[in-house]
Design a protein around this ligand. Sequence first.
Ligand SMILES: Nc1nc2c(c(=O)[nH]1)N[C@H]1C(S)=C(S)[C@@H](COP(=O)(O)OP(=O)(O)OC[C@H]3O[C@@H](n4cnc5c(=O)[nH]c(N)nc54)[C@H](O)[C@@H]3O)O[C@H]1N2
Ligand SMILES: Nc1nc2c(c(=O)[nH]1)N[C@H]1C(S)=C(S)[C@@H](COP(=O)(O)OP(=O)(O)OC[C@H]3O[C@@H](n4cnc5c(=O)[nH]c(N)nc54)[C@H](O)[C@@H]3O)O[C@H]1N2
Ligand code: SF4
Ligand SMILES: [Mo]
Length: 727
Amino acid sequence: MLFGRRKKNPIRIADKRVVEWRYATCGYCSTGCSIEVGINEQGTPVASRGVADADVNRGKLCIKGIFEHELFRKTAGRGEQPLLRQRRFEPFQTATWEQALDQTAAEITRIQHSYGRDAFAIVSTGQIMTEEFYTLGKLARGIIGTNNYDGNTTLCMASAVSGYKRSFGSDGPPGCYDDFEHTHCLLAFGSNLPEQHPIIFWRLRQALEKRKFPIIVVDPRVTMFAQMADIHLPINPGTDLVLLNSLAHVILKEHLHQADYIAAHTEGFDEFAALVAQYDPVSASRICGIDSDTIYHVARTYAKAASAMSIWTMGINQSTHGSDGVAAINNLNLITGNIGRPGGTSLSITGQCNAMGTREWSSCSGLPGYRYLEKEKDRKEISAFWGIDPEFLPKHRGMFMTDILPAIETGQIKGLWLVATNPMTSMANTPRIRKTLEKLEFLVVQDAYRDVETNEYSHVYLPAAIWGEKQGCFTNTERRVNLISNVCPPYGQSKPDLWIFNEMAKRFPHRQPVHFPDTAEGVFEEMKTLSKGRLLDLTGMSYAKLEKQRGLQWPCREGQDAGDQRLYTDGKFEHPSGKARLLALPFIDNNERPSDDYPFWLNSGRVVEHFHTRTRTGKVGNANKFSPIPYMEMNPDAAAQLGIRHGEYARLISRRSDAVVMVQLTQRVSPVKVFIPFHFHECVNRLTLGLLDPHSRQPAYKQCAVRIEPIADQQAAAKRNHAARTF
Ligand SMILES: Nc1nc2c(c(=O)[nH]1)N[C@H]1C(S)=C(S)[C@@H](COP(=O)(O)OP(=O)(O)OC[C@H]3O[C@@H](n4cnc5c(=O)[nH]c(N)nc54)[C@H](O)[C@@H]3O)O[C@H]1N2
Ligand SMILES: Nc1nc2c(c(=O)[nH]1)N[C@H]1C(S)=C(S)[C@@H](COP(=O)(O)OP(=O)(O)OC[C@H]3O[C@@H](n4cnc5c(=O)[nH]c(N)nc54)[C@H](O)[C@@H]3O)O[C@H]1N2
Ligand code: SF4
Ligand SMILES: [Mo]
C-alpha cells in the first residue's frame, strides 16, 4: 500500500544565481544569528541563508532573517540624501552632507550657548554597531558635552540593566544558550520566545528533544510559548514581584534554599528573609491571581531541580517595578544557588540586535566598558585615554530618554538629536509626544528611512546606512560579539553612522582635540584597549577571529581561544564586597487599573513577522502580508457582550486618547484583557500611559485601562485604516 502522494512534487528553490555569499549578522533581534547574504553577478543581494557552522543558529533563520536581503532592494522610504528645512512642516530641501552637518553643528552650538550645555539632548538606540555607539559616546561626552544623552534601550533593557547592577554590582547577562542543554527547570517571565526570539526558542526545542525538563511560563496571555509550556501561570498584569516574593517565601520556609551558597556569596539575607516572610502564598494569590497550590508546586519544582534557570523579557522589564522584578528573579536564583552554573542562571533575553552593545560601550548611562560617571577613578581613566579635561565629564548620569521628553515639554531641553529610534510610534501617549516634539527649537533625525514618522518633526534629516551596508559588531543576548562586514554599499548617498559621528566631531574643532579612528576596526582596537582586565574583556578578539569563529562571547582575554560561556562561575560578584546582594523588595501597586469607565486591561507587545515600528518589515511583502493592519486580540465572550464580531473594527478609548483596530477573536486573552501589537503608528501607543519604573525609568507599556466600543460605520473605519497603514 502506498501512503501519501504517488508522485512527489519536490519544492523547487529558484536559482538566484548567487556568485558570492557574504558573512554578516542579522539586524533584527538580539538572538544574533549568523547570516550570509547571496550576491548575484550584478552585485545585487538576492538571497539570505543561515550559517551552518555558527553556534547560535546552526544554519537556521526565522521569517525575518530569511528575507533580510530584500531590505537592500526594497528602497521605498529609504533616505537617499540629507534633507533640510528652516521651519518644521515646510517642504524639505535636499542638501549636501556638508550643509546638513554644518547646520546641525551650528544649531547644537547655538542652543548650548544660549541655554547651557545640557539643553541639547541626544537619544540613540540599540540598533547601530558597537563601534558606532562608542564613537557617539565619545562625541556626546567628550566633545559636545551634554549629560542628557541616552538610548531607546530605556524603553527596552533599562530594568534588566538596573536589576543586574543592584544584585550583582554590574550589568551583563551571566548565562548563555548552552544553559538549555544542562538545565532541569526553565522558568520564563513575560517572554514570548517562539515569536520574539525564534532561534533561541529553536535552541530550547533542540535541548528538549534530547532531554525533557519542565517549562513554566508566566504570562497573562496564552502566548505561543505558554501553549507549549508544562505549566502556564496566567498572572495578573504587573504583579510578578508578588509571585517572586512568594516563591522565595516557600523556598525559605521549607528549607529548600542553598544555605552554604547564600552564606559564602551573598549579603542582605536577613532583611530579604524578613520581607518575603510577609508573602505567604495565600495572601500572594489574592494579588497575583496564581493559586497557592501552584505557587507551592512551582517553588518546590524550581528549588529541588539539580539546576534551574530563569529567563525574562518585556513582561518584566516594562513594568512599574521592572527593576525590582529583575532583582527578585536574581534573588530566586541566588537563594537556590543557580548563578554561574551550567543550566543555573538568571538570563535577561535582550531585545534589539545590539541592545547589549549600547549597554556596554555607548556611555549613555555612564562611561565605556561598564564604567560609571559617579566613580572618580573611571572618569579619570576615560578622560586620560580620550585626552580631555576630567572636569568636562559630569559626575552623575543625566536624564533618561523618558525624562528627556518631558524636559522638552517644560523648556529645559531645546534641541534633540535622534539616532535610529522612532518615538512618535514607540513611546507611550503619542498625543503628548506629538506636542512635545513641536516644542523643540531644533530636531535632527538620523535614520535609514526618511518616512519614519518622527521625521515629520525634524529640521534636519541625515540618511544612514543599514547594518549590511557597513562594518562593525553587535553583541547578542549571550554576550556574543558578532561581526557584520559590508555586504553591499550604502544606498544612495546614505552614510554609515560611524562616518556621520566622525564628521560631526570635526565640526567642533575649538573644543577638545580628541582622536577619532576612521575605520570600524580602528575603533574596535581602541575599545579592546579599554576593556583589558574588565568584566567585558575583549582583548582576545579580532575582526578576523570573530568571522572565523562566528562570534565570540566576552570576556575573551588575550591568549584565550574562545570566550567564557558564563559569568560569576566562582561566586565572586562586582560589588565592592565581592558578594551579590539579596534585596528586600516590597510590592507597591501603582498601575492604572480597570474601572467601571475603562473596564479592560490593555496589554501590548509584538508578533513574529514584524519588527518594531515597521520601517523595515512593513516593506518586506513576506513579512507585512501576515498583519498589514493594526489589530487587537479579544476574547469572544467579551466581544459578544459588546456586539462586536470577528474581523470588525472597534474603537478603544483610554484616559489619553482613542484608537481604531480590527478585532481578532481568540481565547488567548481572558475576557477582561485585550492585546495589541505595538508595530503600528497612531495605534496602541495613543492609548498607553507608560508609568515609569523608579529605578530604571522604563515605561510600563503593558498595563493600562481601556473601554471598547463597537463602530457602526465599518466601511469608513476600514477605509481610514487602510489609507493610514500602507506604505
Ligand atoms: N518578531 C519580533 N521579534 C522581536 C522584536 C520585534 O519587534 N518583533 N523586538 C525585539 C525587542 S527590541 C524586544 S525588547 C523583544 C521583546 O520580546 P518579548 O518581551 O518576548 O515580547 P513582547 O511581546 O513585548 O512581550 C512579552 C510578553 O509579556 C507579556 N506580559 C504583559 N504583561 C505582563 C506581566 O505583567 N507579567 C508577565 N509575566 N508578562 C506580561 C505579554 O503578554 C507578552 O506575551 O523582542 C525582540 N524580538
Ligand atoms: N506599546 C508598546 N510600545 C513599545 C514596546 C511595547 O512592547 N509596547 N516596546 C518598546 C521597546 S522594547 C523598544 S526596543 C522600542 C523600539 O522603538 P524604536 O527604537 O523607536 O523602534 P524602531 O522601529 O526599531 O526604530 C529604530 C529606527 O532605526 C532605524 N534604523 C535601522 N537601522 C539603522 C541604522 O543602522 N542606522 C540608523 N541611523 N537608523 C537605523 C529604523 O529605520 C527605525 O526607524 O519600542 C518600545 N515601545
Ligand atoms: S531569530 Fe532574530 S537574529 Fe535570528 S533570524 Fe530571526 S530576527 Fe534575525
Ligand atoms: Mo526592545
